[in-house]
Design a protein around this ligand. Sequence first.
Ligand SMILES: Cc1cc2nc3c(=O)[nH]c(=O)nc-3n(C[C@H](O)[C@H](O)[C@H](O)COP(=O)(O)OP(=O)(O)OC[C@H]3O[C@@H](n4cnc5c(N)ncnc54)[C@H](O)[C@@H]3O)c2cc1C
Length: 361
Amino acid sequence: MKVTVIGGGLAGSMAAARLAASGRCQVTLYPGRPGSTALHSGGWYFGFERLKGEGALARAEAAFACLKRGLAELEIEAGPFRLYDEDGFQQKVDAAARTHRGALSEATPVLCLRGRGRDFARATGRPRLEVNWPPSDDQDRSSAFLARQLDRPEARGPLLEAIKASPLRGQGLLCPPILGVQAAAQVHAALEEAAGGPVVEALADTPSAPGLRLTRALSRWVIRAGVQISATPFFEVGQRDIASRFDEVFQADAVILATGGYLGGGLTSQRPVREAVFDLDLTPQPDDPIRAAGARGAGPLFEVGVFVDEALRPCDPSGRAHHPRLYAVGDVIGGPGPLGASARSGRAILTAYAVSEALLA
Ligand SMILES: Cc1cc2nc3c(=O)[nH]c(=O)nc-3n(C[C@H](O)[C@H](O)[C@H](O)COP(=O)(O)OP(=O)(O)OC[C@H]3O[C@@H](n4cnc5c(N)ncnc54)[C@H](O)[C@@H]3O)c2cc1C
């Protein structure tokens, strides 16, 4: 079976890798921009306990197991890159509880690197553990750069020494999202040892280290599975009447639209918001997309997306599929979606799993 996947974020990569790894599909992926929405994330937690509906949790567990298997085969280092299952979720809840209820006490300092982090410390009323690291003021201080620096033992040495020497040692540490990309587990362990207590990575600025870890893992999975990557990263169709030109344009047995939402580029940010590739029908528009876009996380703009039917095929508001072999996965889908994912968390992997499962059946 020939399958075309448009968009190489979490949802598209997972669907493409799974289908190709089955040995039964020849998969072509238009990857778009690597990482995309995943690069905003501060960690990975799939929100499955919020799923509603019969069989939803079992489906979610199967999807999660599929992702874990796919990535585990590559021996991806776990570290603070966590695909939270129930235990992991509990850990996250515990970590949050420690942070907020006192076990990571009010005295737990915020790690401030050359002044960076002071605002966060001020906002949370916490003490600051100030370190002049990286060594020079001229150095890049983005999270991604610092995370890669910390991957290198010789570069992280001076930071660890400074933390150990601090009078605030022993209370744990709240860190910016910099706990390594490739050597995340070692970085986390080294910082915990230096800090003399638990180290918690705060939410991210982009690109985030957890997002980089996931992106790196996904692209390796896609390559290892034998997905054919299109030399043209972005798919563009000159004419938007997809139904009548489907076979001419794709020569594929199925097409999976995985272009993401507003952050990924699957939806335009101008008003009115539109689906960017085929101009498919969307769930209701927010009144004020600009304000909505400013809301972190689940603002109204993040709930806009294409209508889909039970089989995850984009459809018009009356429920008629635009094409029987066109599917949508991930953030490009609007509203809660038929799989009952009440929040965006977990939607990417749930829908990618569901469509690949259906195609392999
Ligand atoms: C701050 C934050 C925290 C989050 N935390 C979590 C979490 O803990 N757990 C969780 O489950 N979810 C979380 N999410 C949501 C999660 O990140 C998204 O659901 C997921 O990454 C979406 O994946 P996607 O593949 O649908 O879209 P995207 O990752 O946006 O990927 C879309 C891809 O399509 C490409 N593309 C777009 N147009 C085209 C085109 N014409 N041709 C080819 N390619 C194209 C883009 O370049 C991109 O690569 C979080 C989101 C944010 C913003």
